[in-house]
Design a protein around this ligand. Structure first.
Ligand SMILES: NC(=O)CC(=O)C(=O)O
Length: 365
């Protein structure tokens, strides 16, 4: 792996040994709290009101937007490319792994031939999405070659076509553990980052959907943000999109774009899929791209489909229905600055009232 920010900038094994990773934050945070004199702590209601007034005036004077994210947000880096096309390959997935790999390869080639410089694949595109299938289809990604035909294909195609690929996800085997893993390949064919789904999808809505990824999978332990030829990209897999703190951490680390390979379902998809993408994009004023498998007939798990690109104002820029499709859409990072200038959320946060702690980055200091 070359330039995954998660491992190069922010990882520090010495600090991970700290038994209380939040201890430094707790002492930091106490500096932001208004100081209460013993006289302002009283049982009388009227005095409480005046104590509250004095708290709020002291807060107003300690307005510290730059402190709302701990450590403070990094400036948005200049991307190597301001404007480019992204390709979202909404693929049909079968139980034939060889077919899935050659099918994905053709779709990537088609997206590149239509001008995509970045291609995003769906969650679990080389295998059916089921706990029975994960162990059977899992690959040893680190061993590579014959042990991981899916990622060998991604590496070959990204190098040959000189494009960046966010390789959806596949089941990964590491010893006796299985992960739901997304591999990012640079335009030189090198594996730049590997994201293991951090939040496992365990859901039980009686009569609608029950699925327990934790029966077979192990959760990943690190956020993944990676510098590529097409900007700084934060990665999440499907259920990870529900956890806004992850997206906020990526934004604070200077992400231009968040990519979520995902396979929402027929119960949550109609209500939540687009809503969550637009929320992550609007709150963080960046691009969000998602890619789902196509809806397969007769499959045990029915994917919602609707792969989408959302802009930094929460606008749906491109989307599709549930069948197989390849979406080609333009990303223009100059819009990020425009949006952030006209609606400067980053300068308006109330660091004296609430804070987001990036535990990994804090520990690496
Ligand atoms: N499949 C997932 O990981 C998530 C999902 O379908 C949901 O959150 O709903």
């Amino acid at each position: 792996m070359k330039s995954a920010i998660s491992s190069s900038l922010f990882f520090n094994s010495k600090n991970l040994l700290n038994p209380n990773p939040l201890s430094r934050f707790i002492s930091l945070k106490s500096n932001f709290l208004p100081k209460l004199s013993p006289r302002s702590i009283t049982k009388s209601p009227s005095s409480s009101t005046s104590a509250l007034r004095s708290i709020s005036s002291s807060m107003a004077s300690s307005f510290q937007p730059e402190q709302a994210r701990v450590p403070s947000a990094l400036p948005l880096p200049a991307p190597p490319l301001t404007k480019f096309n992204i390709g979202l390959c909404q693929l049909s997935v079968t139980s034939d792994k060889k077919r899935n790999i050659s099918h994905a390869k053709k779709a990537i080639e088609e997206a590149a031939s239509k001008g995509a410089k970045l291609v995003l694949l769906p969650e679990i595109w080389n295998s059916p999405y089921s706990n029975d299938s994960f162990p059977v289809y899992a690959e040893d990604i680190d061993a590579g070659g014959d042990a991981s035909p899916s990622t060998a294909m991604l590496s070959e195609v990204s190098k040959r076509l000189r494009i960046t690929i966010i390789g959806g996800s596949i089941p990964e085997r590491v010893g006796d553990r299985l992960y739901n893993t997304c591999c990012v390949f640079g335009s030189d064919g090198e594996l730049k980052a590997k994201h293991r789904k951090i939040h496992l999808f365990d859901i039980d809505i009686p009569g609608k959907i029950t699925f327990m990824e934790s029966k077979t999978l192990t959760a990943g332990e690190t956020p993944t943000i990676v510098d590529t030829d097409v900007g700084r990209i934060g990665i999440g897999i499907c259920y990870d999109i529900r956890f806004q703190e992850l997206a906020m951490i990526y934004a604070a680390r200077g992400a231009h774009l968040l990519c979520y390979p995902g396979a929402f379902n027929m119960t949550t998809g109609p209500l939540h899929w687009e809503l969550l993408q637009r929320a992550r994009a609007t709150d963080n004023q960046l691009y969000v791209a998602t890619c789902s498998p196509a809806r397969g007939s007769g499959a045990g798990y029915t994917a919602w489909g609707h792969s989408t690109l959302v802009g930094p104002f929460g606008e749906v820029l491109a989307t599709t229905e549930h069948e197989e499709d390849i979406i080609i859409a333009e990303i223009d990072y100059s819009v990020l600055e425009q949006r952030r200038t006209s609606l400067p959320l980053n300068k308006q946060r109330r660091g004296d009232l609430y804070q987001l702690v990036d535990v990994q980055r804090l520990n690496s200091k």
